[in-house]
Design a protein around this ligand. Structure first.
Ligand SMILES: *Cc1c(COP(=O)(O)O)cnc(C)c1O
Length: 359
């Protein structure tokens, strides 16, 4: 049931997130399973998700920015919190004050830091992390690490979602080579969600899943082993019977071809229901898949509900936009993007309901 005053409801299942973390931890064997909760837990609410994971036994968290780290520290007094972007000049004090551990990505960041840190070696992503030349300098001049206590070495795979990519093995070997001079007691971490499913060679000392915790499929093209976390339901505002000649929405891009029924719901691109879903996306009502017709507006989407059960189609009735059988990955495929972008685009306008542990 959507509360009377709400027009759309986003339900987030904390039990499913915890079950996903447990499954990933089990897959990772002896490796520690951390949790990546950057971008507000991929848009789903780090303030609710991180404590649920901590209660389940997760002790290490990754965020992208120092501000995210400061927010997370307020919720988790004890956890180990790594900040992937590392310290910007002048932000070192914030790290110390909130007991955040930077991931050091360059000799410049290394030079400005004293204390515990993770070292990030770039091995083929060419984004963040010590480039080959800087890693070589560091290996040859250990004094550059004076005052730094390395507690973790990380690298990041570029093609982990493609089991057949030769880059996976190559990056694993380069990582072993670049980080090989560090004391053996410093744990290594290479795998994010998809990397965990490349097998034990990729688990090393720690895995760092994000997407799979939130139900996205870490093994594209194969069945999704993760439990669904998100359901998105929208109320029907208006129903109308239509016949030719009529067009629907901005730009008149959909032409009504025969007698039928349309229903308009209160979700649009301002809610992260991406505009690219116009004339391509689907919802589900009364067990029937119903297509989006016309362009997505800022606040509204219209569906062709001609084939849906007549009793379900009424103002106040509910069209499910994301749910079992048409998950985030499916909506992403229809929108021409990836599930990560759908999740992190979910808007602030939804009534949010958390179910499961601690909710
Ligand atoms: C975002 C990120 C992760 C998590 O990736 P998923 O694919 O969401 O599991 C892990 N490590 C780094 C460095 C990242 O930037």
């Amino acid at each position: 049931m959507i509360p009377p005053a709400a027009t759309a409801l986003l339900t987030i299942d904390l039990d499913a997130v915890v079950a996903n973390w447990r499954l990933l931890a089990e897959r990772a064997g002896a490796a520690e399973c951390a949790a990546v909760v950057k971008a507000d837990s991929y848009g789903l609410g780090a303030d609710r998700i991180a404590p649920a994971l901590a209660a389940a036994g997760c002790t290490t968290f990754f965020v992208a920015t120092v501000d995210e780290g400061i927010d997370l520290r307020r919720r988790l007094a004890e956890a180990r919190i790594f900040v992937l972007s590392g310290p910007m000049p002048g932000s070192e004090g914030a790290f110390t004050a909130h007991r955040l551990i930077p991931v050091l990505n360059s000799l410049d960041q290394i030079g400005r830091w004293r204390g515990a840190a993770a070292l990030h070696f770039d091995t083929g992503m060419t984004r963040l992390g010590l480039p080959a030349a800087e890693a070589e300098q560091l290996a040859g001049r250990p004094e550059l690490l004076a005052g730094i206590e390395p507690v973790l070495a990380i690298s990041h795979l570029a093609c982990a979602d493609d089991r057949d990519s030769g880059l996976n093995r190559a990056q694993r070997e380069i990582f072993a080579d670049r980080a090989g001079w560090l004391p053996g007691a410093v744990p290594r971490s290479l795998a994010a969600s998809s990397g965990i499913f490349l097998g034990p060679d990729y688990h090393l000392g720690m895995v760092r899943p994000g997407a799979a915790l939130y139900g996205l499929n870490p093994t594209p093209g194969r069945p999704n082993p993760m439990a669904p976390v998100v359901r998105l339901e929208a109320k029907i505002l208006q129903v109308r019977d239509v016949d030719t000649p009529l067009t629907v929405g901005y730009g008149a891009t959909h032409r009504v071809a025969c007698k039928g029924r349309l229903a308009t719901v209160a979700v649009g691109y301002a809610d992260g229901w991406l505009r690219s879903l116009g004339n391509r996306g689907h919802g589900v009502i009364g067990g029937e898949r119903v297509p989006v017709v016309g362009r997505i507006s800022m606040d509204l989407t219209t569906f062709d509900v001609s084939r849906a059960p007549a009793d379900a189609v009424r103002p106040g009735g509910v069209i499910e936009l994301i749910g079992p059988g048409h998950d985030v990955d499916a909506a992403a495929a229809e929108a021409g993007t990836i599930g990560y972008e759908i999740l992190t685009s979910l808007g602030r306008r939804y009534t949010r309901r958390y179910v499961g542990v601690g909710a």
